[in-house]
Design a protein around this ligand. Sequence first.
Ligand code: GUN
Length: 295
Amino acid sequence: MSEIIDGKLVSAKIRSEIKQKTEVLRKEKSVRLRLATILVGENPASKIYIKNKINSCIEVGIESEHIDLPGATTENELLLIIDRLNNDPDTDGILVQLPLPLHISPDKVIEKISPSKDVDGFHPYNQGILLTSKDYESLIASKIPVPCTPFGCMKLLEYYNIDPSGKRAVIIGRSNIVGKPLALLLLLRNATVTICHSKTKDAASVIKEGDIVVCATGKKGILAGDMIKDGAVVLDVGINRGEDGKIYGDADFESTSRKASFITPVPGGVGPMTITMLLYNTLMLGLKRRSLGNV
Ligand code: GUN
């Protein structure tokens, strides 16, 4: 049986540290940090994610400004709003919820957000620093926003004293939001990293080598216990709704948890960490931009 990696517990710990810092900022410096969120259109899942982000901001003492835009908003209108927020001295972070309607280029939108307010860590400037960093410590010291879900995965490993150094890490999924940045972060922690994707030949033999296996495919139950090595660490990034209406991960929990040494449950594993690291990035960038010292 595996040990459960409790994302709710680690999240609560980090959120309480963030809350303490925002209280000090408010009481001693009269500073209130603010996160601007933008939602374009009516995607039901995005609406839930945005609501959770706004509530989490309030919970830790970060102000939230939410901008709800109709699906017919033009790319130019959105870029002008981002411009206004880039120049607003009271806005510390800007988050545009993805996916965007098809007539808006996500690349143009991400590039428009000032790298100093890019709480998602998606801007090519910030991604470039991640790519060229020499080690994990210097990346963190550089106070560059790291994409929230992969950053949350790294924090979970850290909290459970799982050192990726020298281990084989296999990531299933190559998205810009999770797979690719997580591969770079694990590499900075000296893991030997492989990304599997839809064109990988014999993915089963690659996955079987993984001391750390991360699934980030958005496909329910794609990873089963007989696919991993004994004692592997399994991080499940998937959030999939089953036919019964319940939330499931990418891993079949019942069979993988019998073989893994550590495993993240869904819900309650990686999920809560994504918003926690968004709050962390907002605090970090706010302090940096306002020259107010360390997180
Ligand atoms: N859509 C799914 N995940 C994310 C995320 O981490 N950030 C944003 N902005 N949109 C998303």
